[in-house]
Design a protein around this ligand. Structure first.
Ligand SMILES: [Zn+2]
Length: 257
């Protein structure tokens, strides 16, 4: 029997390593580059990184966030992604234990981490994440919560209905309010969490989006257009919905259902 502290350590180390891979996805997917080849390089001097430059969290800390060769600063975002992914794995383990549902929810959270950062940095939600995400979410729901019916309706509600809203908005206002990337992301969230939680995600994202947008206006830093991209709010909303959504929805439907 493996002692619990050792298991927790393994989960955290595993999470940091996966976080390192998520960094590769975050950097390469928006640029249309291959994930597998070539190996990691310094984006400044192009030097291929050796394994000891690639140890999650530790390399960044030891090198003070700079390239070993050219001393160019390495974005703190790399470190944050590794730390947050490690914490996600720890949270998933403490919340669900080593269960299939825990594995699926952690996978879902990893996809959200990538999408959050690519939307923040490039305003891109790569199809390479959202489209397979819809399929994987649905396949997992054949065996696990929310169940395939809920998942299928979730995809239709998230993807289909919002696609309609986006179309109408575009026709009426003449510019995109809700991008197609957001629609596919909502389809993916619906596939993993079911229709109730994808609606909750939309409510949470719209609410926090208007709060931040309002704060931007009040602070005189520009209007809503310059606020954060909507996909970042959807990613955070989905994470909240995945963790605390079921009690919130039960409470709501308990009152009104
Ligand atoms: Zn360098």
């Amino acid at each position: 029997m493996i002692p619990d502290w050792l298991l927790i350590l393994l989960v955290v180390v595993c999470g940091a390593c996966i976080g390192s891979f998520l960094n590769v996805c975050i950097f390469r997917l928006p640029r249309g580059e291959s994930l597998l080849w070539p190996g990691s390089r310094c984006t400044s001097c192009g030097r291929t990184l050796s394994w000891y430059d690639n140890v999650p969290v530790l390399s960044w800390a030891v090198l003070g966030g700079r390239c070993r060769t050219c001393r160019a600063p390495v974005s703190v975002m790399y470190l944050l992604v590794e730390v947050i992914t490690a914490l996600t794995f720890l949270g998933g383990y403490l919340w669900y234990g080593l269960t299939p549902l825990g594995g699926v929810r952690v996978l879902f959270a990893c996809a959200l981490i990538v999408l959050f950062v690519t939307d923040l940095q490039h305003k891109i939600l790569p199809n390479a994440i959202t489209l397979p995400g819809i399929a994987v979410g649905f396949l997992c729901s054949l065996f696990l919560p929310p169940g395939w019916r809920d998942s299928l309706i979730g995809i239709l509600v998230g993807g289909g209905v919002l696609f309609g809203i986006a179309e109408v908005y575009y026709r009426v206002r003449g510019h995109e309010g809700l991008g197609m990337g957001d629609v596919k992301l909502l389809g993916m969230i619906g596939a993993f969490l079911g229709w109730k939680l994808v609606l909750l995600t939309l409510v949470l994202a719209s609410f926090s989006g208007s709060l931040v947008g309002g704060a931007f206006i009040v602070s005189g830093r520009g209007d809503m257009k310059y606020a954060l991209p909507f996909g970042t709010f959807l990613a955070i909303g989905a994470l909240v919905a995945a963790i605390w959504g079921t009690p919130i929805v039960d409470w709501y439907f308990g009152f009104y259902g």
